[in-house]
Design a protein around this ligand. Structure first.
Ligand SMILES: NC(=O)c1ccc[n+]([C@@H]2O[C@H](COP(=O)([O-])OP(=O)(O)OC[C@H]3O[C@@H](n4cnc5c(N)ncnc54)[C@H](O)[C@@H]3O)[C@@H](O)[C@H]2O)c1
Ligand SMILES: [Zn+2]
Length: 363
């Protein structure tokens, strides 16, 4: 078992990583001295697929346990599901302040985090992430919220958990496409902060995809440490530090949105392409060597993530990033790689360059 501490003064917490980490939940709640009701928020798929691990653990709790199961889709990150969840909690726990456990991927984590941040002006939260993306990224750092029809994550809060339990055993039921989805964010961490980690991934990606125990634990610990380091310096995302976590996301989001959030591209797949597009822009601006760009493409290919854009039109991509408007205002912003482990935030990239690069990788 590995432990990473997120240092945030009074809001500091531990992230416990390893096989069997979820079993620490009853002890943790006892140690916190919490005797009220425990509300477990989860989704339908996680509830079914992980019950062989989670049920015996929840049965050990001395507290009253209330389980709330939401649909296993992004639509659960909505104001409607948020309100329904709050109403259920209020009905079932009456006047007692509950502790919330977020058992699921990023969708459940963001929804449950927002519920914990707002119900009775804040109740304790423990994150128990079940996707690779949630284990390396969304469960740490305190961003919580829901989507509106206008845009994703439009309503939310910063609300740190009391602890995060990253149990690698939970990944065993995760479909391969979801493992790769998380792996795109893993590659992102290596590119933005750690060249030796990038090298480790080049040498170990095959084992990682197959969930080799030691490899996976090392990968998660690395990513969580990198994220913790960034969040510690910029908890509220107002110091231009946390922004580097958006590497690959500017055009990646545009590809994801242009595909209509369909089955064509999931988040990680669009971020994989987005990282290459940003790398190509950096190369053309003579910020990044062709060798480093090639290394990035090779690793993404090895992970069986897309390196080109297919099935989405250029027009749709440009429309979805609202890029033209941003460029006229002179305010587009890209996180661009300089070399493995180092990125820079660059503003005002000419739209002709962005369009040329998009065209180059289309089809
Ligand atoms: N808060 C943050 O800092 C942050 C960072 C990145 C992403 N996010 C958010 O995270 C969300 C995406 O998260 P995600 O990729 O984890 O998606 P998700 O939560 O939708 O999970 C993906 C799918 O995997 C299933 N699943 C989860 N765990 C499983 C398991 N162990 N076995 C079998 N199936 C399992 C889920 O039911 C779902 O169908 C987005 O809404 C995004 O905005 C938040
Ligand atoms: Zn992402």
């Amino acid at each position: 078992m590995k432990k990473v501490k997120v240092h945030l003064g009074k809001r500091s917490y531990d992230v416990e990583i390893g096989s069997g980490a979820a079993a620490k939940l009853p002890g943790l709640i006892k140690k916190m001295g919490f005797t009220g009701p425990v509300v477990v928020i989860t989704d339908k798929t996680v509830n079914t697929k992980t019950s062989h691990i989670t049920r015996p653990i929840l049965n050990k709790l001395k507290n009253d346990v209330v389980k709330i199961v939401v649909p296993a889709t992004e639509q659960s990150k909505s104001l409607r599901v948020f309100r329904d969840t709050i109403q259920k909690i209020s009905k079932k726990t009456k006047t007692h302040k509950p502790l919330i456990v977020a058992l699921g991927g990023g969708v459940v984590g963001d929804l449950a985090g927002f519920v914990a941040a707002t119900y009775r002006r804040g109740v304790p939260l423990i994150q128990l992430p079940t996707t690779l993306l949630a284990q390396v990224d969304s469960s740490v750092g305190g961003k919580a919220g829901v989507d509106l029809p206008e845009a994703k994550n439009l309503v939310g809060a910063f609300y740190q958990p009391k602890a995060v339990l990253v149990d690698t055993d939970l990944l065993k039921t995760l479909p391969a496409r979801q493992i790769k989805n998380g792996m795109a964010e893993v590659i992102k961490y290596a590119v933005i902060k750690d060249s030796s980690f990038f090298k480790f991934l080049e040498e170990n990606i095959a084992g990682a995809i197959l969930l080799k125990k030691d490899t996976m634990e090392k990968i998660i610990r690395k990513c969580v440490s990198i994220k913790a380091g960034i969040v510690e310096k910029d908890e509220l995302d107002d110091k231009d530090i946390r922004v580097i976590l958006n590497y690959g996301h500017t055009l990646g989001h545009a590809v994801e949105a242009a595909s209509g959030y369909s089955k064509l591209y999931n988040h990680g797949e669009s971020i994989a392409v987005g990282m290459i597009l940003a790398g190509e822009i950096a190369f053309r601006l003579e910020m990044l060597s062709s060798k480093d760009l090639e290394r990035m493409k090779k690793l993404i290919k090895k992970t069986v993530l897309p390196v080109r854009i297919k099935g989405v039109s250029l027009k749709k991509i440009i429309n979805s990033c609202g890029y033209d408007k941003k460029f006229i205002a002179g305010s587009n912003r890209f996180v661009l790689p300089k070399r493995m482990g180092s990125v820079e935030v660059v503003e005002g990239i000419p739209d002709i360059l962005v369009h040329t690069v998009l065209r180059q990788y289309l089809g």
